[in-house]
Design a protein around this ligand. Structure first.
Ligand SMILES: Nc1ncnc2c1ncn2[C@@H]1O[C@H](COP(=O)(O)OP(=O)(O)OP(=O)(O)O)[C@@H](O)[C@H]1O
Ligand SMILES: [Mg+2]
Length: 588
């Protein structure tokens, strides 16, 4: 029998309607904690103490030292749509308080037993007791300025919701997450938390995001993060992000605030992650803590029932600013907060004008100090180390290049004002080549070297397919290759990243790495190709470098966009400060 036949429309009793509405605001104990903490902050609290029992399922108590409420306001605060924070719809534009709906206390009250103890400055305190949405009694009490809200037996009258609560540990963890998030938005407030009378968290007032993070997750964690701080037009992006080398090594954490409000926003997170492209493997997600501040009228905060999302007027502009800010942070060579800063200017180099290269005429050109640039050697003898003495290679950057020493045939070392720096020669060269190849693939050409004797390469079917798929790009990179029937290739010319370059090995390994990948987008495939060829073509650990080659590598690395990381996210540069050295020697 269809139900519809007997249906009659009836307005729900208000208690039921309120419970349904409450479902949007109060999902679980942690949502109560979020709303009550935000109320405390809106009231101007400088300290918030939280205590929960049984994961918040038995009780949640939160005390603040904010402005408190008069007796009338305390009663009124439990009404739906009762708020002191806005008066007209116009006030919603650029609203600064966390609250503005006048919903939270009414919603919480409709599904719990609730007590509010509050007193404004004058000290005339009030205790309001309510349950299931109805006020039970109101009494005068004595208390100091501030408010204490106690929420007991959440969902006692909503069995369907009660059933969905998780165990005390899991609800407790969700509460801790919420506190952590609120604590990151308001570092100027002292926060304490106990669970079943056991201390859970003590957060003193923090001067910076890094200090607050240290109090929540430990100093070692906070100390490893890189500072983000960038202004683009009226948009200010600041925060802390993970070094590429650390990404994926521990639990990933993300935090995003927009104009001081913690929100979720996959678009912004994705933009920040895009800044890591080419420094960490695909699929690895970095830890990010970002504060985005935009002009108040550029964002609408009233688009989500729990205010967990916002809407931007110009999302694209914000995302671009975020990506740029994070990229800049990653590009800044900064070995950590305790280290002095060694800044390598990391202004992105513009893509060079595409030049068409006539291989034959280039063959006739003079050899130059071309280890790490794209100039050619005139003869096909690969082993000649074309290098000129320092004084004759008059690049404008010369005077800035410090004397370099090679250690273990693997690292370059130099000193500067703040300490000693080690560069991993392979990682560094890989970064240089990667960026060079990317520029070439995205619209340029690469000079190549014609081989005296063409090289014949026999490939398996998968490798030949990978070659066919990527053929034009290999040509752009400077390979001149002909099919020779079947799975055989005839290689006539190759790029020349350095004299020890082994083109056969590079081609074979690159093709092997590229097999089976034809579905990703062009840019992603460019990145993969450039990263693979760069890795295979770069000088290796164990290659002895001449002074000229070391200088060329130093200059080329300094001119990259992200000098501090190789394409796998490992560090290319490590520095030891004089402070650290003096400490080790017991001089301080
Ligand atoms: N801890 C507190 N100290 C002082 N006043 C408070 C406190 N908590 C609530 N209030 C008062 O009660 C009112 C209602 O609070 P409630 O959280 O229900 O709504 P809101 O904060 O205005 O909006 P929203 O529903 O968006 O949170 C607030 O506007 C505020 O005036
Ligand atoms: Mg509120």
């Amino acid at each position: 029998m269809p139900l519809v036949a007997t249906a009659r429309i009836a307005v729900l009793p208000s208690a039921v309607a309120d419970q349904i509405a409450a479902g949007e605001v109060v999902e679980r104990p942690s949502s109560v904690v979020k709303e009550l903490m935000e109320n405390a902050l809106d009231a101007g609290a400088t300290a918030i103490d939280l205590a929960i029992e049984d994961g918040g399922r038995q009780s949640i108590r939160i005390s603040d030292d904010g402005g408190g409420m008069s007796r009338d306001d305390a009663v009124m605060s439990l009404e739906r749509h009762a708020t002191s924070k806005i008066r007209t719809a116009h006030d919603l534009v650029g609203v600064r308080s966390f609250g503005f709906r006048g919903e939270a206390l009414a919603a919480i009250c409709s599904v719990s037993q609730l007590e509010i103890e509050t007193a404004p400055d004058d000290g005339a305190g009030t205790l309001v007791r309510a349950a299931g949405g109805g006020v039970l009694d109101v009494t005068d009490i004595a208390r100091r300025r501030g408010t204490t809200v106690r929420v007991a037996r959440l969902f006692y009258n909503a069995p369907a919701r009660l059933k969905f609560l998780r165990g005390a540990r899991s609800e407790g963890r969700a509460i801790l997450d919420v506190i952590g998030t609120v604590a990151l938005t308001r570092r100027d407030v002292r926060i304490t938390f106990t669970h079943d009378a056991r201390p859970g968290l003590t957060l003193p007032v923090a001067a910076s995001l890094r200090d607050r993070l240290a109090a929540i997750h430990g100093g070692a964690f906070a100390g490893r993060l890189l500072d983000v701080d960038d202004v683009s037009g009226t948009t200010h992006i600041s925060g802390l992000v993970e070094r590429p080398a650390d990404a994926g090594t521990s639990t990933r954490r993300t935090f995003l605030s927009v104009n001081g409000r913690a929100v979720r926003d996959t678009g912004i997170v994705r933009a920040a992650e895009a800044a890591y492209r080419s420094t960490i493997p695909g699929g690895v997600r970095p830890t990010l803590f970002l504060d985005v501040v935009v002009a108040a009228d550029m964002v609408d905060v009233n688009v989500h029932p729990a205010k967990a999302e916002v809407r931007f007027r110009d999302r694209w502009q914000v995302e671009r600013a975020v990506e740029e800010a994070v990229r800049r942070a990653l590009g800044t060579f900064d070995a950590g907060p305790t280290f002095g800063r060694l800044v390598w200017t990391t202004v992105p180099t513009p893509a060079p004008e595409p030049v068409s290269v006539d291989v034959e005429s280039l063959r006739a050109s003079q050899p130059t100090e071309g280890l790490f640039d794209t100039t050619l050697h005139s003869d096909a003898e690969p082993a000649s180390l074309a290098e000129s003495p320092p004084e004759s290679a008059a690049t404008p950057a010369d005077f800035e290049v410090p004397p370099l020493i090679q250690l273990q045939r693997t690292y370059l070392m130099f000193q500067h004002d703040h300490g000693v720096v080690l560069i991993d020669q392979h990682s560094a060269h890989e970064r240089v080549l990667y960026e060079q190849f990317m520029r070439t693939l995205e619209g340029g050409t690469q000079p190549s070297q014609r081989l005296l004797f063409p090289m014949t390469l026999h490939l398996g079917p998968a490798e030949s397919e990978a070659f066919e798929v990527n053929r034009s790009w290999f040509e752009q990179l400077g390979f001149e290759i002909e099919g020779f029937g079947g799975h055989t290739l005839l290689v006539r010319a190759v790029p020349l990243p350095h004299p020890r370059f082994d083109p056969e090995r590079c081609l074979r390994e690159t093709l092997a790495a590229l097999t089976g990948d034809r579905d990703s987008g062009t840019h992603a495939r460019h990145e993969k190709l450039a990263a693979t060829v760069a890795c295979k073509a770069a000088i290796k650990a164990g290659d002895a470098l001449s002074p000229g080659e070391m200088r060329a590598l130093y200059i080329a690395l300094r001119d990259t966009t992200l000098p501090a990381h190789d394409v796998h996210g490992r560090a290319t540069i490590v520095q030891l400060t004089w402070d650290e050295i003096e400490r080790r020697f017991g001089r301080r």
